[in-house]
Ligand binder design. Structure first.
Ligand code: CS2
Length: 489
């Protein structure tokens, strides 16, 4: 079969939407760090829509910070790829044209820094996942002992980390007498622009105080709330896209129909017309972030751990189980009082919509995928909510079960005694504790609470919380996830 490419666009079936603008006219105004599936199903689609509305200074140069795979798949396709939207009523296809080129940072970090420093680069956006920020998830501060940060301080012109790259790009711009680009964080972190600004400032200050002051005075770091459920692409998806397209596409992305993007409208050098194509440009992103991180991601993580332990492979299967659907309702009832509703949003209705999205039978989002990197996710997804509920003297049973399910999961053994492939930067720490303490819920939970990067130094002292988690963990070990969730009523 012919491979998708600019030349092959003309042979697409008429039902497949394709770029309606002249890709030859595009200029690279955006560099995107971490060109994974999520960015290609979100930022790149919004940008593709915006390019339809007019002048094309906003093409995207993607950068992979680790592996060359994405570049190797996209280059032969001239950057084109299919977005397969999976609605319950059936699939819809569209070819996205906003990506112009892909660079691979480890192959030539200096070339990427030069691209960041190019006058036409006006936005540097990021989806590098939580752990890509090299920060302490509990405090949001830069980890100066992180191996990539240590490396980048020693070799500031050939950096590896997103933070090192951004600072190198800004330093080169300042040296060249250019203004800064806007650094646009699109990861699921609270106050993500603010956190990114802090990390960039801390790193820059370790290099050069004058540079840090220049960034502080001139830089722009809008906060954003990003939302779309994007499961990892499988071989079966690739085969289905080829069938529907009549062309081979090595790099399709899959996503649900729903998408949301709330962006703080503070840009240093302009932006695409994202507001004309559905993005919400707002002055305050925080209410959107709280709502999404606590209600969607908090529920996603809790359900992923419980569901995985109970043998559910996907979110749709787990949330289709009445016991876990009831658990989600109880969880949202604990979360909602901590969330300031964005203007015009009813949080109960938002929760109802989330349940329908989770249950979308056309999306196979693996519980294992969401379970990944819990140490980086728990603080903003569940633990901030726990702190507020404790302060208010309010019930935390469902939240505590979410945390206990994470603890059971990171022991690395499921309910049938089978090993779990625990992927987490702290997986080694978890394994040592699980090996030493076995299924002693009180001792094991105490040992995990001792990991300050996750729980801070306050939560281990909150006995109402620690007892609830230990009790649930004991029940998970003795009776399993389903019985424990059912017992919550
Ligand atoms: C998920 C998110 O993998 C995860 O941890 O919770 O990727 C989630 O699907 C997105 O944030 C939805 O916008």
């Amino acid at each position: 079969m012919t491979r998708l490419s600019s030349a092959a666009l003309a042979s697409l079936p008429a039902s497949v939407r394709r770029p309606g603008y002249d890709r030859g006219e595009l200029r690279p105004g955006i560099v995107h760090l971490g060109l994974g599936a999520f960015a290609r199903a979100h930022l790149c689609e919004f940008t593709d829509d915006a390019l339809e509305t007019g002048f094309g200074a906003w093409g995207i140069v993607g950068a992979s910070l680790q592996r060359p795979d994405q570049r190797d798949r996209l280059k032969p396709q001239d950057g084109l790829y299919t977005f397969l939207k999976r609605a319950p009523a059936g699939p819809q296809l569209r070819v996205i044209g906003s990506v112009l080129d892909v660079l691979v940072a480890p192959e030539d970090p200096r070339a990427l820094v030069a691209r960041l420093a190019a006058p036409e680069t006006r936005i540097v956006s990021l989806t590098v996942t939580e752990k890509g920020y090299c920060h302490d998830p509990a405090t949001g501060r830069l980890r100066t002992d992180h191996p990539d940060i240590v490396h980048d301080l020693a070799e500031p012109d050939a950096p590896r980390s997103a933070i090192g790259l951004i600072v190198a790009g800004l330093a080169a711009r300042r040296a060249a007498g250019l203004g800064p680009f806007t650094a646009l964080c699109c990861d699921n972190l609270p106050s993500n622009g603010h956190v990114l600004a802090g990390l960039v400032r801390d790193f820059a200050a370790l290099r050069d105080d004058a540079l840090a002051a220049w960034i502080e005075a001139n830089g722009a770091f809008p906060s954003t709330m990003v939302d779309r459920i994007v499961p990892a692409t499988t071989e079966a998806d690739i085969a289905e896209v080829a069938e529907l397209l009549g062309l081979d596409d090595a790099a399709p992305v899959i996503g649900e129909p729903f998408r949301q993007w709330a962006v703080e409208d503070v840009f240093a050098a302009g932006r695409p017309a994202w507001d004309k194509v559905g993005a919400q440009m707002v002055s305050e992103v925080a209410p959107f972030e709280f709502m999404k991180l606590r209600m969607l991601n908090g529920a996603h993580s809790s359900l992923a751990y419980l569901g995985y332990l109970a043998g559910h492979e996907t979110v749709a299967a787990a949330s289709g189980d009445p016991v876990f659907a009831r658990f989600l309702q109880g969880l949202w009832a604990e979360i909602i009082p901590t969330v300031p509703a964005p203007q015009g949003v009813n949080l109960e209705a938002y929760a109802g919509d989330l349940l329908a999205r989770f249950r979308n039978p056309a999306i196979r989002h693996r519980t294992w995928q969401i379970a990944m990197d819990g140490s980086q996710k728990l603080p903003q997804r569940l633990l901030g909510t726990v702190r507020e509920r404790l302060k208010a003297g309010a019930p935390i049973d469902h939240l505590a079960l979410g945390v206990a399910a994470w603890m059971a999961y990171v022991t690395g053994t499921d309910e049938k005694g089978q090993p779990i492939d625990v992927r987490d930067p702290l997986a080694g720490e978890f394994a040592i504790r699980a090996k030493a303490l076995g299924r002693d819920a009180v001792a094991l939970s105490a040992a995990l609470f001792g990991i300050g990067a996750i729980f801070g130094d306050d939560l281990p002292r909150e006995t109402r919380f620690t007892r609830a988690v230990a009790g649930h963990l004991d029940s998970l070990f003795r009776t399993g996830a389903k019985a424990t969730a059912a017992a919550l009523g």
